[in-house]
Every structure is written in structure tokens, then in C-alpha cells.
Design a protein around this ligand. Structure first.
Ligand SMILES: [Cu+2]
Length: 150
């Protein structure tokens, strides 16, 4: 009896978990570059817009194509050396948007499980501090793409 109740509870909870996505958050123009096999990390880009009236904090990303996925920030030092480091939590004010784009913030896809093949797509989930998750389907563009319309 008890086991049946637990099963029922899980069945009732499942749709609620699926609906945790926050309708006030829009993920716009997702794209990724095709990868060279799986030996080098991939990168994905998108814009996160907060259409709500409270700040939201992006704490991480998840995708089945990578063993490890993190938001990184690239920067170039005064002598022209480019480095990158984990960006940490990203808080977006109401009405504001944060763009992940080449040369700045990016979704780093490490330990690729599968090559990113031009013309295909893969699922990526954005995870927010309040437990909300926003899934997006990321189109894979050519290896030399520099923006979502390339
Ligand atoms: Cu990176």
C-alpha cells in the first residue's frame, strides 16, 4: 500500500517538475559551432532574457552531449593573451538580457560524448537558482560560424 502511494506521489509530481520552466525567461538565438570530433571542447551561445519583474540567477547548464558543461567567460589581457574562466552565477535584472557570444560568455561543453555535427541540434538545459529549468534545442552551425545567422 505504502509503495503504491509513493508511486502515485511520483506520478503526481512528475508533471510539476516538467513545468518548472520559468515562462518569464526567454532563451533566444541558441547556436553552437560544429566540433572537431570529441577531443576538443565545444561551445554554445545564446541570449537569456528576463521578461519578469524579479531578478533571476543562472547557476549552470546541463546537456547530454557533454560530460561537463559550464558557463565560461573569455577575456583578453593587455598583451593580447586570451584566457577563460568559469563565470560563476549570472544574475539578470528584470527586463535585461545577457548574451553569450564568441569572445565573451560562452557555454563550454567539455568531455563531448558525441561530435557536434553541422545541421543537427542538441538539447541544453539552463538551470536557475530558484530551481527553475529552461530547456532549449541548440542548432549546430558550421565550424567557422561566428553568429546565429551564419
Ligand atoms: Cu570556455
Amino acid at each position: 500500500m505504502r509503495r503504491r502511494l509513493i508511486a502515485l506521489a511520483i506520478m503526481l509530481l512528475a508533471p510539476a517538475i516538467g513545468m518548472a520552466a520559468d515562462p518569464q525567461i526567454a532563451v533566444e538565438e541558441p547556436w553552437a559551432r560544429a566540433s572537431i570530433g570529441t577531443s576538443r571542447p565545444g561551445a554554445a551561445y545564446f541570449t537569456v532574457r528576463n521578461a519578469g519583474d524579479a531578478p533571476v540567477t543562472l547557476t549552470g547548464i546541463r546537456t547530454e552531449v557533454a560530460g561537463k558543461a559550464e558557463i565560461h567567460e573569455s577575456s583578453t589581457s593587455a598583451n593580447g593573451v586570451s584566457t577563460m574562466a568559469p563565470a560563476g552565477d549570472i544574475t539578470i535584472a528584470p527586463g535585461e538580457a545577457v548574451a553569450l557570444e564568441p569572445g565573451g560568455l560562452h557555454a563550454m561543453l567539455m568531455q563531448l560524448n558525441t561530435p557536434l555535427v553541422e545541421g543537427e541540434t542538441f538539447p541544453l538545459t539552463l538551470v536557475f537558482e530558484d530551481g527553475g529549468e529552461v530547456p532549449v534545442e541548440v542548432p549546430i552551425l558550421g565550424i567557422a560560424a561566428r553568429g546565429p545567422s551564419d
